[in-house]
Design a protein around this ligand. Structure first.
Ligand code: GLN
Length: 251
């Protein structure tokens, strides 16, 4: 794994969080990399450092990871990474059970579940960290989404997937859909929550418009590593503006 972007803490009393992005080559569509940049910038604004690492197929899995970020990808990209994902699954499971915060979008959300049976019948095995499974449909679910949750308030994003995800009892929905489809065309659920994992179909990227989710990931990571988190208030007026514009967009 290569560390490709590092920033030392501006406040010498504060530490550095190590953020790992999974499979940026294949699993990084609709600007999902923006999620990593948001975490890095919110840490910098609060005086913390950030070290961004990448895991691509064939890399050795790095030690001492504080946050894991996974994006979306085409079915063909999911096939490319499936063997490597199985090979690092024991580490990912250990980290998940131990409370490592993770954000998993779309394609990697699906593969952290039990399996993804694509629309052409290909079965891509998942790693079963999340109690859910996904089946490809003929119809793609595409468009702007607004969903509402007790934990994070309203969540805004954009979905484009053929896989439809059904949750088991081991996870809870992240949010209830107000506009759009979310996990599938039948229920009004979007995403999944388990331990410190937030899984979602929403691109956009998600975190620039949803700072409450960014701060959940950062707080969980900082409390685990440093015992506390300085959640100094930030000026989120641009995020608020983007949310209000997004809310007005047609489906
Ligand atoms: N290939 C998957 C699907 O179509 C995931 C798509 C995505 O990540 N946007 O369901």
């Amino acid at each position: 794994s290569a560390s490709h972007l590092s920033e030392a803490p501006a406040d010498p009393a504060k530490g550095t969080l190590r953020i790992l992005q999974l499979y940026p080559r294949e699993m990084n569509i609709y600007g999902d990399y923006g999620n990593v940049l948001v975490l890095k910038q919110r840490l910098a604004w609060r005086g913390y450092g950030a070290e961004i690492l990448e895991h691509n197929a064939g890399d050795a899995f790095p030690a001492d990871i504080d946050v894991i970020i996974g994006g979306g990808g085409q079915d063909s990209g999911q096939v490319v990474i499936q063997d490597d994902l199985q090979s690092i699954a024991p580490r990912l499971r250990e980290l998940a059970e131990d409370g490592t915060p993770m954000l998993l979008i779309c394609g990697l959300y699906q593969l952290f579940g039990r399996e993804f049976r694509t629309h052409d019948g290909t079965v891509i095995p998942g790693i079963g960290v999340l109690d859910l499974e996904t089946r490809g449909g003929t119809e793609r679910l595409i468009g702007n989404v607004v969903a509402t949750s007790e934990e994070f308030g309203d969540i805004h994003g954009y979905e484009n997937h053929s896989g439809q995800t059904f949750l088991g009892e081991g996870v809870t929905p992240l949010a209830t859909v107000v506009k759009g489809a979310g996990n599938n065309a039948e229920e009004k659920h979007e995403g999944a929550r388990y331990r410190n994992i937030v899984a979602s179909y929403l691109h956009g990227s998600l975190l620039p418009k949803n700072p409450a989710i960014a701060d959940f990931l950062l707080r969980s990571a900082a409390e685990r590593k440093f015992g506390s988190f300085d959640a100094a208030g930030l000026d989120d007026s641009l995020a608020d503006l983007a949310r209000s514009h997004a809310a007005e967009r047609p489906r």
